[in-house]
Design a protein around this ligand. Structure first.
Ligand code: GRF
Length: 195
């Protein structure tokens, strides 16, 4: 399965996908990495891995930006998208072009703590358990059929850095595994974990 990975930043999840895609049986190839920030470190990861990169100027005209994205994706003939830290909201044209074919990873147990700072929000709320969600993207933000979730316990003396680091470790294992299952036709959406 031909994939595009969309990023905005450091790209550690992209790196996990790159590493997994080199193993036999992964079932998908990373055809292009698209980024809305020209100086994102994730772009260097893609270049080092020999994956084509595209920087897309994203404006408040979401639908026009989405059309430009779809044109790029057409050039690479991609069949599905992975949002790995892409900090933009796709317009409806992308969702209808790739129904249940856009996978997002989010650092909370959705539907809890959607939005920009999910780790900070979980800490501020004082929850004992948070986690990671991988889901298909629909037209709402951090919403859509849930594919997989993993819990992460919040320690009493937790800092933002320590929690983020444990969440990232879980992400780096979960996302490649879900993407591989998806590419190999082994996925079923699940109900959210009760928290
Ligand atoms: C991850 O925590 C992901 O859940 C969120 O954005 C972060 C991206 O991190 N959507 P990285 O760029 O993959 O390191």
């Amino acid at each position: 399965m031909k994939l595009a990975v969309l990023i905005s930043g450091n790209g550690t999840n992209l790196q996990a996908l790159i590493d997994a895609s080199r193993r036999p049986g992964f079932g998908a190839s990373l055809e292009v990495v698209v980024c809305d920030k020209p100086d994102a470190f994730g772009l260097e990861r893609a270049v080092s891995a020999g994956i084509p990169t595209e920087v897309i100027g994203w404006t408040s005209e979401r639908n026009a930006s989405t059309e430009r994205l779809l044109e790029i994706l057409d050039q690479y003939d991609v069949e599905a998208l992975v949002l790995a830290g892409f900090m933009r909201i796709l317009g409806p044209a992308a969702i209808s072009r790739f129904p249940n074919r856009i996978i997002n990873i989010h650092p909370s147990l959705l539907p809890d703590f959607p939005g920009y700072d999910a780790i900070g929000a979980a800490l501020a709320e004082g929850v004992e358990t948070t986690g990671v969600t991988v889901h298909f993207v629909d037209e709402e933000v951090d919403h859509g059929p849930i594919i997989a979730q993993r819990t992460v316990a919040v320690a009493p003396d937790e800092t933002r850095e320590s929690l983020a680091s444990r969440i990232h470790e879980v992400e780096h294992e979960l996302l490649p595994s879900v993407v591989s299952d998806f590419a190999n036709g082994r996925l079923r959406p699940i109900e959210p974990l009760a928290t």
